[in-house]
Design a protein around this ligand. Structure first.
Ligand code: BV8
Length: 251
């Protein structure tokens, strides 16, 4: 049976067709179809005994740097093997269909850039980079020959994943760009996020409260359309290509 083409509400298509500025905010759900577990998914195997919130903190790294380093090594291997899926690729197409497009992601897997999105705002950093825990110097390659975490080549302090842990400030410029986009957009698409982690979770609320059209694309929403708010239930890898194709067909 052919996959049912999801119906995209006309009101949402009309808002996208006339929008000057469209923002997409993505969470772990958009990468689930690339094989990367979401934060709501239980951790597997060796990591089943921990919760992500426990390990993704400066305190955990302080307490047990090797454990946290290994957890990111496990995740980095999954990310390195992952490919952008139809949802990532559809957002890269959407960018060319609207006058101004801002992509904000909570994900640290780099799949939006790999899909061709021009300048994703990575609110929570990128797991494929590390940085010196002391000087914050960033590295995209490093040796894992000796003790782990590896020492910073320039000062010897431990290297750490270049991501934002719970309790840490988000990168100031990235966050400012995200607030500004939410404050000026005509449409915001919130895709594959449980909306539990702040301050990212406040972006769709900010956009909606100032009159933008907001669409939530998620597995666990009960679909309903009301003017300016649309809840589309389904997989991002199905919903987004259907939305972009419908927009392209409208011309
Ligand atoms: C900060 C990088 C301030 C690391 C991550 C109350 C109010 C305000 C703040 C707080 C508060 N209480 C606590 C806080 C602080 C905290 C926070 O929000 N905690 C939460 C748990 C309550 N926030 C912070 O600490 C932030 N910093 O606030 O600093 C500050 C001020 C002064 C001084 C110091 C600090 C930093 C937060 C960043 C944490 N880092 N990631 C790493 O990856 O290891 S967060 C991490 O979890 C992800 O990046 C992501 O953001 C989040 C997971 O959320 P989602 O992406 O939404 O994923 P999730 O699994 O939850 O949901 C997936 C969804 O997709 C589901 O709904 C599912 O149904 C759906 N789905 C699944 N498959 C599909 C799908 N949808 C569509 N298609 C599919 N196929």
């Amino acid at each position: 049976m052919s996959k049912q083409e999801p119906a995209i509400p006309n009101g949402l298509l009309e808002a996208l067709r006339t929008a000057q500025h469209v923002v997409a905010l993505t969470g772990a759900g958009i990468s689930a179809e690339s094989g990367i577990p979401t934060f709501r998914d239980a951790q597997t195997g060796l990591w089943a005994q921990y919760s992500a919130e426990e390990l993704a903190t400066p305190e955990a790294f302080q307490r047990n740097p090797r454990l946290v380093w290994d957890w990111y090594g496990w995740r980095r291997q999954m990310v390195a093997a992952a490919k952008p899926n139809a949802g990532h690729l559809a957002l890269a197409r959407l960018e060319h269909l609207v006058p101004t497009f801002t992509l904000i992601t909570q994900n640290v897997d780099g799949l939006h850039a790999a899909a061709g999105s021009r300048e994703p705002i990575e609110l929570h950093g990128n797991i494929m980079r590390v940085r010196c825990a002391l000087e914050a110097t960033r590295y995209t390659t490093w040796s894992e020959e000796g003790a782990l975490p590896p020492p910073c080549p320039s000062c010897g302090a431990p290297l750490r994943p270049d991501v934002v842990w719970f309790g840490e400030q988000l990168p100031v410029i990235a966050l400012e760009r995200a607030w500004s986009a939410a404050a000026t957009c005509d449409v915001m698409l919130s895709i594959g996020t449980s909306g539990l982690v702040e301050p990212a979770a406040s972006l769709p609320r900010l956009a909606y409260n100032r009159g933008a059209t907001v669409a939530v694309l998620n597995l666990d929403v009960t679909p309903h359309n009301q003017e300016r708010l649309y809840l589309l239930n389904g997989q991002a890898g199905n919903l987004l290509p259907a939305l972009v194709t419908a927009l392209e067909q409208q011309g």
